[in-house]
Design a protein around this ligand. Structure first.
Ligand code: LLP
Length: 463
């Protein structure tokens, strides 16, 4: 359906109330490749497929809500990141975005390393066979037992986040008769242009040790003195869902400056810097993410340039993308339960999931797009809010979007770009059962994380 086919249709901005949305797409059946996983397409009958399988079949076999992950896309993105950074740099996938045994195996096969930030993520990584030396251990308050385990098994690096932790890791390593490779996480004082809750390099927040006031230099001084630690470098993560490279540039420049100070004071050139993750993805067609090659080129150039200026050997760079790898590879499939038009406002479309499978809209005001995927429709666009089934008015999945006006109970909707921080932040609110993650590839679908059951809920309830 083209815009001109409906000259008098309600496509004019003044017909719709205020909102975050732009005008409806010319064709609501079109699937913008920016936001959909690579193998997603609408077939001749109008049904959307992923990995060659119709969503209607997937819904029948696996139920809804469910996350469907395009394995080929995931692997391709891993390779794109690995190739872009080449042998001169290391890519650590940030497991917090989404982690499961299958994911770990794929990462291993595609040559990526893994960043974990809890004992649970570490267990998953080890269980699926990730070699300890390819694991980086993060977190602002790792427990003693987490640290002990990480040192015992020989993780490739622990990223130290506070003065207490410098002493704690050194002490544990010494007790175990080991020398642990560590990086110090610094806060570079960059205000990343993203939501407050996911910006991490300004000074007034909990992560890292500030460069300002000589704190980070003092941390380096202490770490270098401790026998249990081998200080291999400096780490900086400035935030998440960032499109503008300027923040990374400032961060790299300031980290290199610290390396130069360390060289001047201690005669030591630290061999590595880690610039963290945080690269943005497209949640709606308005977002314009960068390609891994671009990012690698920009980061390598700035580090090389700054090091030349400071007469430092260029350190080995590492990065930690999570969302940029897994985010675009999955969508959530929901079934419509009710459709409630509110005169002069919008239509509320309730689906069978909600804030328990995607908290990001409620938590960060995140924007998503949505499509009717079980059939084609040439009905007029209607302004909708896609909401869940939880007892809470903030239970919004997609705040403002357009769906065909004939969207009805029983239709399947899909919300793209839900691979990152959706299943991993899912909850049992209202005793919802967390949805499965189903990997789809070459006409085959298999559950990689199964749906929770009521037995699972009751198993923990031992009162
Ligand atoms: N490295 C470190 C040290 C991190 O803290 C994070 C994310 C990453 C890497 C990966 O960032 P990514 O490339 O995935 O943006 N739950 C939020 C994001 C919090 C991210 C926390 N740390 C969200 O749903 O947007």
């Amino acid at each position: 359906m083209s815009r001109s086919a409906h000259p008098a249709g309600p496509r004019h901005a003044d017909v719709f109330p205020e909102g975050h949305y732009t005008a409806p797409a010319d064709d609501l059946n079109a699937l913008d490749e920016k936001v959909w996983a690579r193998t997603v397409e609408r077939d001749a009958r109008g049904v959307v497929r992923v990995g060659g399988i119709e969503v209607t079949r997937l819904a029948e076999e696996f139920g809804t809500p469910a996350y469907f992950l395009d394995e080929a896309d995931f692997r391709a993105r891993c390779r794109a990141w690995a190739d872009a950074f080449g042998t001169e740099a290391d890519v650590f996938y940030a497991g917090k975005a989404f982690l499961s045994r299958a994911i770990v195996r794929w990462l291993k096969e595609e040559g990526l390393n893994l960043d974990v930030c809890s004992g649970g993520e570490l267990t998953t990584a080890l269980d699926a066979g990730m070699p300890a030396e390819r694991i980086a251990f993060h977190g602002n308050n790792k427990s003693e037992s987490e640290i002990r385990r990480a040192v015992e098994i020989g993780v490739g690096r622990i990223v130290l986040d506070s003065f207490q932790e410098i002493a704690r890791v050194a002490h544990i390593a010494q007790e175990l008769g080991k020398r642990q490779r560590v990086q110090i996480r610094v806060t570079v004082g960059v205000e990343a242009h993203t939501h407050e809750f996911i910006a991490t390099a300004h000074e007034d927040q909990k992560f890292g040790i500030a460069l300002a006031g000589g704190q980070a230099a003092e941390a380096v001084r202490r770490a270098l003195k401790l026998d249990g630690l081998e200080l291999i470098g400096i780490h900086s993560h400035i935030g998440s869902q960032i499109f503008d490279m300027a923040g990374f540039e400032v961060s790299a420049r300031r980290v290199v400056q610290l390396l130069a100070e360390v060289r001047d004071e201690h005669g030591v050139e630290l061999p590595e810097i880690d610039l963290g993750g945080g690269l943005g993805i497209a949640y709606t067609p308005e977002d314009d993410p960068r390609e891994p090659q671009d990012i690698a080129k920009a980061l390598t150039e700035i580090v090389t340039r700054e090091c030349e200026a400071a007469r430092l050997r260029t350190p080995r760079i590492s990065v930690e993308p999570g969302r940029a790898i897994v985010g675009p590879t999955a969508f959530t499939l929901y079934e419509v339960g009710t459709v409630k038009p509110l005169e002069g406002l919008r239509t509320y479309v309730s689906v069978d999931g909600g804030m328990s499978d995607n908290i990001r809209t409620a938590l960060y005001d995140a924007e998503y797009s949505v499509a009717l995927v079980s059939r084609r429709s040439d009905a007029e666009p209607m302004l909708v809010r896609v909401v869940g089934k939880h007892c809470e008015s903030g239970d919004i999945v997609v705040r403002d979007a357009f769906l065909p006006a004939d969207t009805a109970p029983g239709d399947l909707l899909a919300v793209p770009a839900t691979g990152a921080y959706c299943r991993s932040m899912a909850s049992n609110y209202n005793h919802a059962l967390r949805p499965p993650v189903v990997a789809v590839k070459d006409g085959a679908a298999r559950v990689i994380v199964r749906r929770e059951t009521e037995e699972d809920l009751l198993r923990l309830d031992v009162g």
